[in-house]
Design a protein around this ligand. Structure first.
Ligand SMILES: [Zn+2]
Length: 216
């Protein structure tokens, strides 16, 4: 079909194009093609069809009539646009599935960590925190926990081994009693807690673990 002379003989209105789709894009340098909506010469021609009608409109009019701006700018047909949407959706679903898979491996790893000797220490730290007078008297409990040093150690210990210095604090809090000191009576427990806190034997979220689940 020669689009330069293919006058449809009627004016395409908004109502006409509501059910129309973009079937193609053509460039006519001469500007002799006439837009079926505004009847002026156009160079960027959008071929539209649907509802038993077809026509050619300028890209500016196409935009005004409600066709998708992105689709017009990228010169995509309806089918190409649908294909692109589907590809995006497929990619999104795949990424979501991958994220869920990784998350469940992380959850399993953390669960195993909490079943190890680490779990008991975490729970004791949490218990000391929430049984403290400071916590009981705090008006905003959430805010209190966010800023509490002991509780932040518990959160970190849940996920991964602590530094030597952090482990020392945990020993003080959990085994040190009132004085928070290591003595003859608590030395064994004090040292055991320290060892557990710094050990990487008890699973947890390490870089090597994260890398291992991402490469699968
Ligand atoms: Zn027009």
């Amino acid at each position: 079909m020669d689009y330069k002379t293919a006058l449809t003989g009627y004016r395409l209105t908004h109502d006409d194009v509501v059910n129309m789709r973009i079937a193609g894009h053509i460039r006519d340098e001469t500007g002799m093609t006439m837009c079926d909506h505004c009847y002026t010469g156009i160079k960027n021609i959008v071929l539209v069809s649907g509802g038993g009608k077809s026509g050619q409109i300028g890209s500016t009019c196409a935009e005004k009539l409600g066709f998708d701006k992105y689709q017009l700018r990228k010169k995509l047909t309806h089918d190409e646009m649908e294909k692109r949407k589907k590809a995006t959706e497929d990619y999104r679903k795949k990424a979501k599935a991958e994220f869920d898979r990784e998350q469940s491996l992380i959850d399993a790893q953390l669960e195993r960590r909490m079943e190890s000797p680490v779990g008991d220490i975490v729970r004791r730290l949490e218990s000391i925190t929430v049984n403290s007078d400071a916590y009981r008297e705090a008006r905003d409990k959430e805010m209190f926990l966010e800023n509490d040093f002991m509780y932040s150690l518990a959160i970190q210990l849940r996920r991964r081994p602590l530094s030597n210095k952090q482990a020392e604090w945990v020993s003080k809090f959990v085994a040190g009693g009132q004085t928070q000191r290591r003595n003859k009576g608590n030395a064994e427990e004090y040292d055991r807690i320290w060892d557990v806190c710094i050990s990487d034997e008890f699973f947890g979220i390490s870089y090597s673990f994260l890398n291992s689940i991402k490469s699968k």
